[in-house]
Design a binder for this molecule. Structure first.
Ligand SMILES: [Zn+2]
Length: 117
């Protein structure tokens, strides 16, 4: 694969990684023991009365599902960056063929080619 293209995609992935981490950090803590794992903080409102408790549970629920999808995306981004290090980037995990460059430009963390994805 073209080195210039790899560099460009790497930059994209790193920007994505940063913004995902920033977003996760705003409501979750990174697990120091388990790699790529985040724990959503329970909303702790100091001025909350009893009526707010249902809201808090709802808020926590929303945060959990958001955390889940952000975490998955971050995992994919990290995997793609690891593959670049190993030189296995840009190959479909399903059929082993090269992933189309246009697809990678649109979605640098893609793990499969258009046919398989
Ligand atoms: Zn494929």
């Amino acid at each position: 694969m073209d080195k210039k293209l790899i560099e460009e995609l790497k930059k994209k992935l790193e920007t994505q990684k940063e913004s995902l981490q920033k977003e996760l950090k705003s409501f979750a803590n990174e697990d120091p023991k388990i790699k790529h794992n985040w724990d959503t903080r329970y909303p702790n409102r100091e001025d909350g009365d009893k009526d707010d408790q249902a809201d808090e549970v709802q808020e926590y629920d929303n945060a959990l599902s958001l955390e889940y999808s952000l975490e998955l995306k971050l995992k994919d981004v990290n995997m793609a960056l690891e593959k670049m290090e190993n030189g296995t980037y840009g190959v479909c995990e399903n059929c082993g063929k090269k992933i189309d460059e246009k697809r990678l430009l649109a979605c640098p963390e893609a793990k499969t080619c258009l046919k398989c994805g």
